[in-house]
Write a protein that binds this ligand. Structure first.
Ligand code: ATP
Length: 251
């Protein structure tokens, strides 16, 4: 992720320009994002880190078209989504965005295969059987497509959720604390899988995390403090990230 797309030779899969978002109630206004500009090159893995309340979830929601910014522009796969609303936005998200959540969000009554192909069904698209088989194999669930989610371990459920996020070949996969519910060994497998989707499949991944070890799997770590970008690091180790977090917002 860069603060200007011109810094990258790859096209930006995601570009935010001057994005601001506030939450207003009768008595207060909270500025969750303040004039955020950044570009995520296609085929890269970006982690977003920052203290609680720094705006990570709001950034993810605005970038993924789950929420509308008050000001600024969001381009996803070259399409401006910040002005899209309603059905057009829902349709765009289905075709162009993949999501991975901490809680997997698999439907318990559906098999792994049916969960993974659900985004295609919702989008009215047919299933590319070869791509489905490739993905199930790539996420280590070959032969388990007929199981229900409760018949899988937490790590296997998260890997099914990653296959579901990839099935539509989205422009960007957004992952919100994808390893938050997993033990460290299982978390490592899931992070290696996300890394693999970037390196081998040229997928673009943007991940919000509190965990410096998780962030160290990313190409770039972007730091947020008080709704603003407070620098970024490329190729950072978990130690680098921890050290940087300790000084966040003090510059
Ligand atoms: N729906 C909302 N209504 C009012 N304020 C909100 C709402 N959602 C977020 N906020 C506020 O906006 C700011 C940014 O919140 P956000 O959830 O984006 O932070 P975060 O970095 O993801 O935090 P955490 O790490 O705790 O999940 C915080 O001050 C938060 O209290």
């Amino acid at each position: 992720m860069h603060t200007s797309s011109s810094q990258s030779t790859r096209p930006a899969a995601l570009e935010l320009t001057g994005v601001s978002k506030s939450y207003r109630s009768e008595s207060t206004t909270v500025a969750a994002l303040r004039d955020i500009s950044l570009a995520v090159p296609a085929g890269t893995f970006t982690a977003v880190m920052g203290p609680s309340g720094s705006g990570k979830s709001t950034l993810l929601q605005s970038a993924a078209g789950l929420d509308s910014p008050d000001a600024g522009c969001v381009l996803l796969g070259g399409t401006e989504i910040s002005r899209m609303r309603g059905k057009a936005l829902t349709r765009f998200r289905r075709d162009h965005v993949g999501f991975v959540f901490q809680s997997y969000n698999l439907l318990p009554q559906l098999t792994v295969t049916d969960n993974v192909t659900l985004p295609l069904l919702l989008a009215g698209r047919g299933t590319d059987r070869a791509w489905l088989a490739y993905l199930l194999d790539a996420v280590g669930l070959d032969g388990l497509g007929g199981r229900k989610p409760q018949e899988l371990s937490g790590g296997q459920q998260q890997r099914a959720a990653i296959a579901r996020a990839l099935i539509t070949r989205p422009d960007v996969v957004f992952a919100d604390e994808p390893t938050g519910a997993l033990d460290s060994g299982t978390a490592r497998q899931v992070l290696e899988l996300l890394r693999h989707t970037v390196t081998a499949l040229n997928q673009t991944v943007v991940m919000v995390t509190h965990d410096p070890v998780a962030a160290s799997y990313a190409d770039t770590v972007v730091f947020l403090a008080d709704g603003r970008i407070d620098g970024s690091m490329d190729g950072a180790s978990a130690r680098d990230v921890s050290d940087r977090l300790a000084y966040l917002g003090r510059n």
